[in-house]
Design a protein around this ligand. Sequence first.
Ligand code: NOJ
Length: 525
Amino acid sequence: MNFIILTLIFSTIRGDDHSSISFLARKLVTNRSENVKVDKFPDDFIFGVGTSAYQSEGAWNVSNKGESIWDKMTHEQPSTVADGTNADVAANSYYLYKTDVDLVKQLGANSYRISLSWPRILPTGFDNYVNEDGIRYYNDLIDEMLKKNITPFVTIFHWDLPLDLEDLGGWTNPSIVDWFVDYARVVFNAFGAKVKYWTTFNEPMFYCMYGYQGILAPRKNWSGIADYLCGHNALLAHAKTYRLYSDHFRKTQKGKISLNLALFWTVPENPNDQEEVDAADYMFEFRNEWFLHPIYSKDGDYSKIMKDRIANYSSIQGLFRSRLPAFKRHEIELIKNSADFLSINYYSVVTVRKFKNFDIKETISYDADVGTRHTPGAPNNASFETENNECDVKNCQPWGLSKIIKRLTQKYSIPMIMIAENGYADEGQLEDMDRAKYFYYHLKEILKLIKEGINIQGYYAWTLFDVFEWDKGHTFKLGLYSVNYTDPERARTPRKWSPKLLKDIYTTKTIPSSFLSFVNENKNI
Ligand code: NOJ
């Protein structure tokens, strides 16, 4: 018996595939006595994996799809992307969606998070012309999921704005609030009967902040002004869409709707300096709560610290009015409570340091308003440049997620939480034990929170396979499956460890307690 088990473990180490039995499950048999699994995720817990439209679909100009701001930017200014690539073909998911759903299934996941491409559905951005091929494509994809008992989790906007709308001012034009609601209406009518989890926006903070710091499309330099207009209009568009869903679709479609917020825990580079400690804490509130406070707080509206600081700096800068637009009373009410759950994209803790010696009178920028910035080279959103490049409990900092969740659940009334993104970036090698460890530590942390009574109902690993990583192009990979980008077929290959570990957790609903001893015993594999 032991011989058979050892052979199986050994062959797994060699990379042989025994997909029906996970390497961890096999290991568990050998160590049954040390593996009393008392901790279990709830039976109805959602175990998912995600991708997004522009990052994965390709087929950029197929069947009447309109152009997006990312198509234009990557075509006309390839140097804005680290390796000069674009997502014209991407992982080819427009054609390979059945394979993708199969991969989701193979991971033992019961949900798949995707996003819809606004220009594929409404090529000009407006709802007077609905592209039938776009509707067909997403219906096929969603039907394929349902056929395989995979629950769709759909994000309506994941950064690929129709170009025509950008030409009209994009997210800085208040009319976009209604344009977005009109797009959402088309989407609810077309797919709402089959979708139970919706998010309107993906990470509006990064989209608005970097879009107007010249980093992400539309790549304009209006930091400190356009980012706040963008956020303001996104909050209104989100809330109006939420109300539209509640008034016209919720009763028959019975879904839940929220928005994905990128949240991170901030730690001061110098914890012995009280000024630095306060600045890191201030950054947490200023940045994370930009979108949280108007939606989840009792009084609604932007947080006081955000309103006070921007008003104060605006006045020092000689402006008559604050650069942060003000909500009208009825808008505050509209936005308040406009989410059925809190959808968190979490990657890491960020180390920050205070800006020193700058003249606020001369510096209009979002970063100057925040007053702190990331320490260069410190782990950041999905990029782990740790000293030994190893994920351990210290480097991967899963406790950051608990800190965020505890702080927010104490402060706000949050009905339920979904972790909509969590993942580990590396250079794309198949050997990905650090990614496996990252998932292990984070899922363990989530289970701990659930046991403490926090209502977390789902978890989505990011990403299913390697995708186009925005300004990083293909230099930065998070996939559970590697994609061969030199192959026109875009073949997918499972990475060595993370799919096995996730499958084990997703199918047993437990964290394998033998995992770390397995890692230690096999240090040199
Ligand atoms: C968050 C974004 O939502 C997603 O598009 C991106 O791929 C990941 N971060 C990793 O950078």
